[in-house]
Design a protein around this ligand. Structure first.
Ligand code: BDR
Ligand code: CA
Length: 300
């Protein structure tokens, strides 16, 4: 079993990542951590609590950082005002699990230090919490097995022509994480924009008489009319079902300028020629396998 913590900014595709996590065969989820990103921290934290309740996930949950390390918050539009495509009311509940901590960096540190085995972090929002963790507690690095990240791209961006949303929101954090020396798997837009389900599959979800499927239908119907990929589950599936993807070793750097290249990820081919790599980048997806895993997660 892979012991893991999920750090996310739900977000519709973040919600999909949690659905997939719930069904994962080889992943042992230890905690959830929210971060500012798609919507404000208050929304992402509430969404985390409501989703955990919906999916009957009972693990420690903590609130993360409210703003990026250096920049002002920058929100996405494709997830609706509440981050759940306007449908959080479908999963609101008076008895969601309380937060176990107000500071997810401390929570992650304690879990990592108290664990006998190494911990894997899955990070599918801006990397603010993870960068702070690595900077504040550098001793944690040797107890982190790997960080599976959704972010960046080795082709084009989705905020600027070159920059992907999570890295654009907090480029300094992404840079810290990629320079940390911890093993990284990167699911970038080059692959995650292809990771989706069909319109027929979305419609099928509406015909299934269970609350989870109806909710998945509503949020994905809204989201996929604005975004081509269900990005975040890739970072979960690559750990649980690695055969769905192919990966290549690369040396990825992050740009922290203020213009078109803010948060851009790019390859350092000179380093690669000399045999230096800092991450595995997903380069191929078996779309039929991906779709089956998602549909199983949304319907079972
Ligand atoms: C990433 O940005 C967010 O909008 C999604 O949740 C995903 O993590 C894609 O660029
Ligand atoms: Ca996300």
């Amino acid at each position: 079993m892979i012991n893991c913590i999920l750090d996310f900014d739900p977000g519709v595709d973040d919600a999909a990542a949690l659905f997939v996590m719930k069904k994962a065969k080889n992943l042992n989820l230890l905690a959830l951590s929210s971060v500012n990103g798609n919507v404000s921290l208050d929304h992402t934290t509430r969404n985390m609590q409501c989703l955990a309740k919906l999916l009957d996930i009972d693990v420690p949950m903590a609130k993360g950082q409210e703003v990026p390390l250096v920049r002002e918050p920058f929100f996405a539009t494709v997830h609706g005002n509440d981050g759940m495509a306007g449908f959080r009311h479908m999963i609101e509940s008076d008895d969601v699990k309380e937060l176990t901590s107000e500071n997810s960096v401390i929570m992650m540190h304690e879990i990592i230090q108290n664990s006998k085995e190494k911990i894997t972090i899955i990070a599918v929002g801006p990397l603010t919490n993870i960068a702070l963790l690595l900077k504040t507690f550098p001793e944690d690095k040797e107890k982190i097995e790997q960080i599976s990240i959704m972010g960046g791209s080795i082709t084009s961006g989705n905020v600027t022509s070159l920059s992907e949303f999570n890295f654009y929101v907090d480029p300094e954090a992404a840079k810290i994480v990629f320079e940390s020396g911890v093993d990284i798997i990167m699911a970038g837009l080059n692959i995650t924009e292809k990771a989706n389900i069909t319109r027929e599959q979305i419609m099928l979800l509406d015909t299934i008489e269970n609350r989870k499927s109806k909710f998945a239908h509503r949020i994905l119907d809204y989201y996929l009319s604005n975004d081509s990929g269900i990005h975040d589950p890739c970072s979960v599936i690559v750990l649980d079902d690695p055969e769905v993807f192919e990966m290549e070793d690369m040396y990825i750097k992050i740009d922290v300028q203020n213009d078109e290249t803010r948060g851009m990820s790019y390859r350092d081919l000179r380093k690669e020629r000399n045999g230096h790599y800092n991450c595995k980048v997903i380069t191929e997806i078996d779309i039929e396998k991906f779709r089956k895993i998602l549909m199983d997660a949304f319907t079972e």
